[in-house]
Design a protein around this ligand. Structure first.
Ligand code: 4GO
Length: 265
């Protein structure tokens, strides 16, 4: 998978490309990554890349010509790649989107600055707009890093033995269980005994139920679509029955339960 970042600040990227998992995958040739300077396509003595917005208003807009020229050159160099602009107005980037993008030959990630980019470039040069969340950044660069990181780790071979992409939050529709490492006793807090006893069937059950419980408490909306098996259903019924007993034993009137629909309840 080939990543090309188009940006006015290419110097933000070398440390990101070099570090850790991405750096190793690039060294192995599984990934290729480069950051290209949009300003290289700016003309005139001042190499201007921004201008005042038509219609007035504060801030500046990225000029169409240098941006269009840089996208066109990147596309010519890698005809199979998908061009995505990072924008708060884009489609929500999530694990499902990451999985789909990981199947592409290459991604050209376009980073805007200032108030945004001229709409005509979006219409003619960009395949899709992506948003990493409902907030505004000063530039698309951190969002491009988020997309690249989440997509890259799903490319086969990028995660070594050390991490499987399957066992983690969202890959099975559930949040991750808690993690522990040595020492067994950290400042008086002990890691759960079951993780120490070496009974792998019990450990697997504990982890699965820890994921279910954490998802129920933090993101009950995810459980509506998660693929649950019979053992999961039995655990949920057990908890429901326990809750039923607790509620019955309480003489106080209880408020109505909130719905689990909607993000974060
Ligand atoms: C992307 C880009 C937020 C996102 C951005 C996001 N802010 N939520 N800012 O993915 C045009 C000028 C957009 C700055 C850019």
């Amino acid at each position: 998978m080939r990543f090309t970042i188009l940006t006015l600040f290419p110097e933000m990227f070398p440390a990101f490309f070099a570090a850790s998992v991405l750096g190793k995958a690039i060294a192995k040739g599984i990934l290729a990554a480069r950051a290209l300077d949009i300003r290289a396509h700016a003309l005139g003595p001042h190499r201007t890349v921004d201008d005042r917005p038509f219609g007035g208003g504060c801030g500046m807009v990225m000029k169409p010509e240098p941006l269009a020229a840089s996208i066109r050159q990147a596309r010519e160099e890698e005809p199979g790649s998908l061009v995505a602009l990072l924008s708060p107005q884009g489609l929500t980037f999530n694990q499902k989107a990451a999985r789909e993008l990981a199947r592409e030959e290459g991604l050209i990630l376009v980073c805007g600055r200032y108030e945004g980019v001229d709409e005509r470039v979006i219409e003619t040069c960009v395949d899709l707009e992506l948003s990493v969340g409902d907030f505004v950044l000063t530039g698309g660069e951190p969002a491009a890093m988020v997309v690249m990181d989440a997509v890259a780790r799903l490319v086969p071979g990028v995660l070594g033995k050390g991490g499987s992409a399957e066992d983690e939050s969202f890959e099975d529709g559930l949040l991750e269980h808690a993690h522990y490492t040595r020492p067994r006793d950290f400042e008086g807090m002990e890691a759960p005994d079951v993780l120490w006893d070496g009974n792998h069937a019990l450990i697997a059950r504990w982890r699965r139920e820890a994921k279910l419980a954490r998802t129920f408490l933090r993101r009950p909306d995810l459980l509506l679509d998660a693929p649950l098996d019979k053992a999961d259903a039995r655990a949920l019924v057990r908890w429901r029955d326990t809750l039923g007993e607790i509620l019955e034993s309480q003489a106080v009137p209880l408020p109505a339960a909130p719905s689990c629909k909607g993000p974060r309840g």
